[in-house]
Design a protein around this ligand. Structure first.
Ligand code: MG
Length: 258
């Protein structure tokens, strides 16, 4: 199944890396795939990092060949513009998220001026305060559409630990406002399609590899890619993905490079 795949799109958090360290065997197997001429892209729902920043981290971790790294920040400004026109946006999230929204041609609204917002964008926010949460919820309740890079509940870090993800904050805002968010990243299709375009491949020629059934496998399947679930812990139900691997070594074997 994978031996015929010309390209692979890898999820990052909880798959290629855990926080600041590569998963066991990931460096060796990715390098072997690259040397075998397979095309590789990286796709993350990270709501705080740009593509170039992700690429720099991959290089720092020893994956010098990494070229295509895609995050929701690359498209969130244009998604808001396409759906809602040029907007006055209240952003709850990292400075990088604010910069990405501004780069899409939108005006940024201060937290204190939340009543003038026409769109609310919420991502992971390490400086979250009750005031910011209240402003976002009130603006969304008043009718400003709620847009988010992702609804991932957790951000996996080293040692099997996690931080609350963008989805946890979005859930608080959406619950208080009584609205549903527009999701820009996985499992929605724009990032998957952009990755395939960068690789120059049709969906059936590429496999999506990730640790999340809801985001990586469901999203990859929806655009017609092969899907591989990376499940180093307890294996999930059979048939959850086209292939379930417990290690990168297993993935290499299945792909014909191990
Ligand atoms: Mg992941």
């Amino acid at each position: 199944m994978l031996a015929a795949c010309r390209g692979f799109v890898f999820d990052l958090d909880g798959c290629v890396w855990q926080g600041e360290v590569l998963s066991p065997g990931a460096g060796e197997v990715l390098t072997a795939l690259h040397r075998a001429g397979r095309r590789i892209a990286f796709l993350t729902n990270n709501s705080r990092a740009t593509g170039p920043a992700i690429r720099a981290k991959l290089h720092r971790l020893g994956l010098a060949f990494a070229e295509h790294a895609l995050t929701p920040l690359e498209i969130i400004g244009s998604v808001v513009a396409e759906r809602f026109g040029r907007s006055r946006v209240l952003v709850i999230g990292a400075p990088e998220l604010t910069a990405a929204v501004r780069a899409g041609g939108h005006d940024i609204v201060d937290v204190a001026a939340f009543r003038t917002a026409t769109v609310v964008v919420v991502g992971n926010d390490f400086e979250l305060t009750y005031e910011r949460l209240a402003a976002a919820a009130r603006a969304a309740a008043a009718g400003a559409p709620l847009v988010t890079p992702n609804v991932d509940p957790r951000l996996p870090i080293e040692g099997g630990d996690f931080l609350p993800g963008s989805g946890a904050i979005v859930a608080a805002v959406a619950t208080a406002a009584g609205v549903r968010p527009v999701v820009v990243g996985k499992p929605e299709s724009p990032l998957f399609r952009m990755a395939l375009r960068r690789l120059g491949l049709e969906p059936a020629e590429a496999a999506m590899v990730g640790d999340s059934l809801e985001s990586d496998v469901a999203g990859g399947r929806a655009v017609g890619m092969r899907t591989v679930l990376y499940a180093p812990g307890a294996p999930p139900a059979p048939g959850a993905a086209d292939l379930v691997v417990r290690s990168f070594v297993e993935l290499a074997r299945a792909a014909g490079v191990g």
